[in-house]
Design a protein around this ligand. Structure first.
Ligand code: CP3
Length: 345
């Protein structure tokens, strides 16, 4: 008999003495085996689009640490590329894209239904993983939330304050909203195909949700998440969704109810005890150990791991970091975190 996966139990609302654990960016540069496979692929995007290698790097942290979930190896910026934007990565700097800021730029993008040929290698990666993962390991698919993806498409790069996207809202709201709409439709298509290929749950990364305030948060973070989740639930009843409105702060309150998300992922700007009271009361939460402990380790890592587990002990919880693990992290510290957690929190 196959024991139900710990991650799926948490997403179904079950409280567990030892929570399931995985890490954002768990396949990444802090692992020597990742760097070796990336070198074999040549560059980051080739790695994303080569199913055997993308599956290999997805599996590496599962083999090394025995996480309860694997997250598909891909990137949120593959969707803009599938819509027709140019995308490349500047070494040591980050992503660059051709920009979308005018009605003409928007008209040049593809329809949301036309993204699948470009993204077919990603769906193949999911199929390989669904076959190869251990029975107890859940497979997480993902996409960027429309606002976060739009900030990169409008600016053509990452920005500290998402200034260009906020400027477009102020100067040409109709074009901004039409772009958001196109990304929302593409995201529904993309996540739906990941689920059909074998993803057991999907996560929406709204990394820049915190820069939306008041009504803009409602319209551009909350409403698209609600729409995507409703569409996915209609097509794939029973597939849980994790939402990550990063740095939403007090807007974390009620986010799960308002969007239909089965779990809300928490960053480090909220304390675990606050989130247990105000967010976990509505259901499963994920988080939120500070990623810096994966660099610094020691007794502080052990103490903080126990503190996070303790704070969320009263309800459904998925242990994770508050943001992605950084390239300077020490794999030994990751092992220590998992060991601490499984030794009873
Ligand atoms: O979590 C995982 O292990 C799954 C894979 C994954 C990646 N990116 C791989 C990646 C996921 C879920 C993402 C999400 C992502 N990508 C986000 C949202 C989450 C977040 O971190 O806030 C964003 C904003 C991006 C866009 C992106 N991709 C940036 C800004 C960068 C450059 C910054 C950096 O770390 O170098 C990337 C590159 C990227 N995506 C890497 C990885 C492992 C590093 C690429 C490399 O090997 O050089």
């Amino acid at each position: 008999m196959v024991r139900e996966k710990k991650l799926m139990k948490a997403l179904a609302g079950e409280t567990q003495a030892v929570p399931p654990v995985w890490m954002m960016r768990q396949a990444g540069r802090y692992l020597p085996e990742y760097r070796a496979t990336r070198a074999k692929a040549g560059d980051f995007l080739s790695l994303c689009y080569t199913p055997d290698l993308a599956a290999e790097v997805t599996l590496q942290p599962i083999r090394r640490f025995g996480f309860d979930a694997a997250i598909l190896f891909a990137d949120i910026l593959l969707v803009p590329q599938a819509l027709g934007a140019e995308l490349w990565f500047e070494t040591g700097e980050g992503p660059r894209l051709s920009t979308v800021t005018t009605p003409g730029d928007l008209a040049a993008l593809k329809d949301a239904q036309d993204i699948h040929d470009h993204l077919a290698p990603v769906y193949e990666t999911v199929r390989i993983l669904a076959r190869e993962l251990p029975d107890e390991t859940a497979l997480i698919g993902f996409a960027g939330a429309p606002w976060t993806v739009a900030t990169y498409m409008i600016a053509g790069r990452g920005t500290p304050d998402q200034g260009p996207a906020h400027a477009l809202i102020a100067e040409d709201r109709a074009t901004f909203e039409a772009l958001l709409e196109r990304i929302t439709e593409a995201t529904i298509e993309y996540l739906s195909m990941q689920i059909e290929a074998g993803a057991e749950t999907v996560k929406l990364f709204d990394s820049w949700a915190g820069s939306l305030k008041g009504e803009d948060f409602d319209k551009y973070a909350l409403a698209p998440a609600r729409r995507i989740i409703a569409a996915l639930k209609a097509r794939h009843p029973g597939t849980p969704v994790i939402a990550f409105p990063r740095e939403a702060n007090e807007r974390y309150i009620g986010f799960a109810k308002a969007t239909g998300a089965d779990c809300v992922a928490l960053d480090n700007s909220v304390s675990a005890s606050w989130a247990a009271q105000n967010v976990q009361k509505d259901g499963c939460v994920q988080g939120n150990l500070a990623p810096k402990h994966m660099v610094t380790g020691g007794q502080a890592l052990i103490d903080e791991t126990r503190r996070v587990v303790e704070a969320f002990r009263g309800g459904p919880h998925i242990f994770n970091l508050g943001h992605g693990i950084t390239p300077d992290a020490d794999p030994e510290n990751v092992a220590l975190m998992v060991e601490t957690l499984r030794a009873g929190g």
